[in-house]
Design a protein around this ligand. Structure first.
Ligand code: ZN
Length: 317
């Protein structure tokens, strides 16, 4: 049975799918880090691998171009030029080739940076918001707790937790949209193990899903892609797909960043339940995408990646 037939069958049998409008999702690799695999993946090898910094480009018929996070940008390099911030860059050596820059990738799809109308920030770690200053017309959705931490924290205290407040644009207060101000509603049925979500733009197509633990005020974004599959962009709630599928704990070096260990475990357990329930039901109509998982990126349908991303993966393999 081909993929679209399976998706149609599942979509038809799934109550509520008709009220979950489709949008188009592209996944962009906006820079990457190079680490020994075992630094981020429990049981991984010592060989150095690329960990992508993934950004979701969502095209909505009425709301235009939206982004899930921004990935890396030159601003990250500038923000980590001096000590003590330079330590952040040493810990996560960033690679940002010209063809992976957000501007270049959007341009290849006919979108200018000033045309991006909305950024949904999963959380405010530097590697997820470094490009905000390059998107002058975008309103920025983020969690209240995430922003409060940035406003109240000390320079060193924030740096130790991978925050770089200078990455926030000067007019951020004007552009800021509080996720908690969006209406709270039950998530589409397949995702009920994750509780309620925030319905962001009023037509049921984009849902902020609380996935606490990794960072203060951390959210995922749920949508229904053109292929009828329901995609949850999980941000950094987990680092690797296997943490969800096999309910595995993350590698120790990534654990020091975790804001709330109990909440992190609970989030991982609930994501696993969603995955396991779908698997038991033979339902392949869902997908979960962590922001830095190289295997998830390589497994994406070619239609959701661009040619340059595919070429990189082919070279790495
Ligand atoms: Zn993070």
């Amino acid at each position: 049975m081909n993929e679209s037939v399976v998706a149609d069958r599942i979509g038809a049998s799934h109550v509520g799918a008709s009220s979950f409008p489709r949008v188009r999702l592209d996944v962009l690799r906006v820079g990457h880090c190079r680490h020994p695999e075992c630094m981020a993946i429990r049981g991984g090898a010592w060989r150095v691998v690329d960990f992508p910094n993934l950004v979701g480009l969502i095209r909505h018929p009425a709301a235009g171009a939206l982004l899930f996070d921004t990935g890396y940008a030159e601003h990250f390099v500038r923000a980590t030029d001096r000590f003590p911030e330079r330590l952040y860059r040493w810990t996560t050596p960033v690679v940002l080739p010209t063809e992976e820059c957000l501007q270049a990738q959007l341009a290849r799809r006919g979108i200018a940076m000033h045309e991006v109308r909305t950024v949904f920030a999963s959380h405010l770690h530097g590697d997820h918001i470094a490009g905000l200053r390059d998107l002058p017309n975008a309103e920025v959705w983020c969690g209240d707790d995430a922003l409060r931490l940035l406003r109240d924290g000390s320079r060193i205290g924030l740096l130790r937790r991978a925050y770089l407040p200078t990455l926030l644009p000067d007019d951020f207060e004007r552009r800021y949209r509080r996720i908690e101000d969006a209406p709270s509603r039950a998530l589409p049925a397949r995702w009920s193990a994750l509780g309620a979500g925030r319905e962001l733009i009023g037509d049921g197509s984009l849902w902020a899903v609380p996935l606490p633990g990794h960072a203060r005020g951390h959210y995922g974004l749920l949508l229904r892609h053109d292929d009828d599959r329901e995609w949850l962009l999980v941000g950094d709630a987990v680092w690797r797909q296997s943490e969800i599928r096999e309910h595995r704990a993350p590698a120790w070096p990534t654990r020091w960043l975790i804001d709330d260990a109990a909440a992190h475990r609970d989030t991982r357990a609930r994501l696993h339940r969603v995955f396991a329930d779908a698997q038991r039901a033979g339902d392949d109509g869902i997908a979960l995408l962590p922001s830095h998982c190289p295997h998830s990126y390589d497994a994406l349908p070619a239609s959701m990646r661009e040619a340059v991303g595919a070429a990189h993966s082919a070279r790495a393999a």
